[in-house]
Write a protein that binds this ligand. Structure first.
Ligand code: ZN
Length: 259
């Protein structure tokens, strides 16, 4: 048991005393994911990735925060969103409490791209206010992008099909993680043009201006087995990248673990 929400306080105290002083804080979102995926898609993915890492590494897992910064999805029903400053404050507040019961390393694992500005704010604040806490806020695209693309290329899935949002990639993962919540009979392609250009337009004018379905990519070829391999590839990338953080001593060398 490494999930904070399912542990008792003596269990946590014992784990920390035994040297388990790293926590993963998964960040999700509540936002449209096309007509076929649930609003909590990113929360499910963030939680699943953190749990996978906890199976392999000596880390505790905090409950996934289910609301992020998702205003780029304004105009679609069901949206919940925080200001970047609010989310940054929530992350910093949680980190401060963790440090109070012995946490020395924090990994903020965001499954939602829109959280970028909040993460930068949180990082600046934590480095200033809690310099003794080793912090890692990985950029998912940088850490896992190649791993995911390799899986897709092996199966002949092009980048415009994987997509950026509710496309084949996320749909395959959800088919593996919670198939009962995926409505494949509603899965339709959205924007399938150049993904870099799509991202620029999405950030500038919102998802609604790019696609009326809310989908960026094509979910139709999604496959649960491939989703499992996507998640395994991401977990492997994070695991490899985390080795240095787990080996670092944040108390004696806080400067050595800058992201
Ligand atoms: Zn998503």
């Amino acid at each position: 048991m490494k999930s904070l929400a399912g542990m008792t306080w003596p269990m946590v105290a014992q784990a920390v005393a035994d040297g388990m002083t790293t926590v993963i804080l998964p960040l999700g979102a509540t936002e449209q994911h096309g007509p076929h995926l649930p609003l909590g898609t990113d929360t499910v993915r963030a939680h699943a990735l953190a749990e996978r890492l906890a199976e392999r590494l000596p880390v505790l897992v905090a409950p996934a925060l289910p609301i992020g910064c998702s205003d780029e999805h304004e105009g679609f029903a069901g949206l919940l969103s925080l200001e970047a400053e609010t989310l940054a404050a929530v992350i910093a507040d949680c980190a401060r409490r963790m440090a109070g019961w012995g946490v020395r390393r924090l990994v903020v694992l965001s499954a939602h791209g829109g959280n970028g500005r909040a993460l930068a704010l949180a990082e600046a604040r934590l480095r200033r206010e809690l310099p003794e806490l080793a912090l890692w806020i990985p950029d998912a695209a940088l850490v896992c992008g190649d791993g995911v693309r390799e899986v897709a290329a092996f199966d002949g899935i092009p980048p415009a099909t994987i997509g950026l949002h509710a496309g084949e990639g996320e749909t395959s993962e959800l088919l593996h993680l919670c198939p009962q919540q995926v409505r494949m009979d509603r899965a339709i392609p959205g924007y399938t043009g150049d993904m870099e250009e799509g991202l620029t337009r999405l950030v500038a004018a919102g998802t609604r201006a790019l696609t009326s379905t809310g989908v960026v990519g094509d979910p139709r070829p999604a496959d649960a087995g491939r989703g499992e391999r996507y998640l395994a590839a991401q977990a492997a990338c994070y695991e490899a990248a985390l080795a240095w953080l787990l080996a670092a001593d944040p108390v004696t060398s806080p400067e050595s673990v800058g992201a």
